[in-house]
Design a protein around this ligand. Structure first.
Ligand SMILES: *Cc1c(COP(=O)(O)O)cnc(C)c1O
Length: 423
């Protein structure tokens, strides 16, 4: 295995150390946990030192309800420049007509987008949650399922991939106001152009939630719907590698509706320190190094999937086109929950996940979901993915063996030492 160059970013916490030893020590322990384990949860990533620094800055002190140039508080002349910079960069990054960078996280971004496009009781169409959709795509315990009428499409039972003809047929029958694409656990490329055609054919709004794949979309590694979709929501903390938060992009004619839905409808004062950190992340994502990163994320996911398959694990949809994969661990005689817990003990973090047409419950489903954004940020490449596949497979084959877990954990820690990201 080729040694990658070590990246080390320092955390400066002198004042915190003095003021609050207990909290300081907890933060340090969490940093150690992150550095001593392998993060394969596909929705997680590690931000740069520049993003971390921007987060911990004085714009956190400022109230700036409203938008640049029309705030409800004085003293916003510099905050306006920060927010405008974030907006300008995001629009350029995704070739979007309009951008709102205030959403506090992905779920409120979706709520705002829904209210910009629909009234309560209106119908939208999205992927079933047990096949990769998100809670905010119409789960009955979520606002999206309570306030709106959700109709769900499914993946094809044989290929476990989206069936666009079936989606078109259902859309023509149901005539939803919004056709939503973009997912939380779908390992394959999404044909956004086809979704746009289907939406146009029934007069529905085209909306994409690219929370997971945003970093791949802006890097040209996945089709980017932002230039031609009506509305695109995204988180900023997943493959985009920015601070925890979100953004909405839309067509110019929907700008007013989207902005009003974020504020004053849903949110109060925006978190301008986070917006500053988003601006930093957007600049980072424009660099050639980020394109290389996004490409490597996908290469790593493919390498992990191929090696796990070679070791006898069933990969949902027989592979991946993006940053994540689903493994049907029942092919090894265990459940998703058992797999997640055993891997956690070995310092490998992932999450249990339903697989399409799962016969088990969401609490203990048949699969696990693995992703490569964070490990790739640490500098890992295909060689490390092969090693990880081997280690994961050892745990999956003997989830109850303390000796196996201990030995895998040791190898994980050896690997981690080579790829320290935060010093
Ligand atoms: C993560 C995610 C969200 C929600 O983001 P939060 O920041 O956790 O609220 C929304 N949609 C999709 C598809 C996601 O994967």
């Amino acid at each position: 295995m080729k040694k990658a160059k070590k990246q080390k970013h320092k955390m400066h916490l002198e004042a915190l150390k003095k003021a609050d030893k207990l909290l300081y020590s907890l933060i340090l322990r969490e940093k150690e946990r992150q550095m001593q384990g392998i993060e394969l949860i596909p929705s997680e990533n590690l931000v740069s030192e520049a993003v971390l620094e921007a987060l911990a800055t004085v714009p956190t002190n400022k109230y700036s309800e409203g938008y640049p140039g029309r705030r409800y508080y004085g003293g916003n002349e510099i905050i306006d420049k920060i927010e405008l910079l974030a907006i300008k960069r995001l629009k350029k990054l995704f070739k979007a007509e309009h951008a709102n960078v205030q959403p506090l996280s992905g779920s409120p971004a979706n709520m705002a987008a829904f209210f910009a496009l629909m009234k309560p009781g209106d119908k939208f169409m999205a992927l079933r949650l047990d096949m990769g959709g998100h809670l905010t795509h119409g789960h009955k315990v979520n606002f999206s399922g309570v306030l709106f009428k959700a109709v769900h499409y499914a993946v094809d039972p044989k290929t476990e991939m989206l069936d666009y003809d079936a989606i078109e047929k259902l859309a023509k029958k149901e005539k939803p106001a919004v056709l939503l694409s973009g997912y939380t656990a779908y390992p394959r490329a999404i044909d956004f152009r086809r979704f746009k055609e289907i939406a146009d054919s029934i007069g529905a709004y085209s909306m994409a939630d690219i929370a997971h794949i945003a970093g791949l979309c802006c890097a040209g590694v996945h089709e980017n719907p932002a230039p031609y979709f009506d509305v695109v929501t995204t988180t900023t903390h997943k493959t985009l590698r920015g601070p925890r938060g979100a953004a909405i992009m839309c067509k110019a004619e929907l700008a007013n509706a989207v902005d009003k839905a974020v504020f004053p409808f849903l949110q109060g004062g925006p978190h301008e320190n986070v917006i500053a950190a988003k601006a930093v992340a957007f600049k980072e994502a424009m660099q050639p190094s980020f394109k290389r990163y996004a490409k490597q994320v996908v290469k790593n996911a493919k390498a992990l999937a191929e090696e796990l398959a070679a070791l006898g694990n069933r990969i949902v949809s027989a592979g991946t086109d993006n940053h994540l994969l689903l493994v049907d661990v029942t092919s090894k005689g265990i459940t998703g929950l058992e797999a997640e817990k055993a891997l956690e003990k070995a310092g490998i973090y992932c999450n249990k996940n339903t697989i399409p047409y799962d016969k088990r419950s969401p609490w203990d489903p048949s699969g696990i979901r693995l992703g490569t954004p964070a490990a790739t940020t640490r500098g890992m490449k295909e060689g490390e993915m092969q090693l990880l596949a081997y280690l994961i497979n050892r745990v999956l084959e003997k989830p109850h063996s303390t000796a196996t877990i201990k030995s895998v954990k040791q190898q994980v820690q050896e690997l981690c030492k080579e790829f320290i990201f935060y010093a």
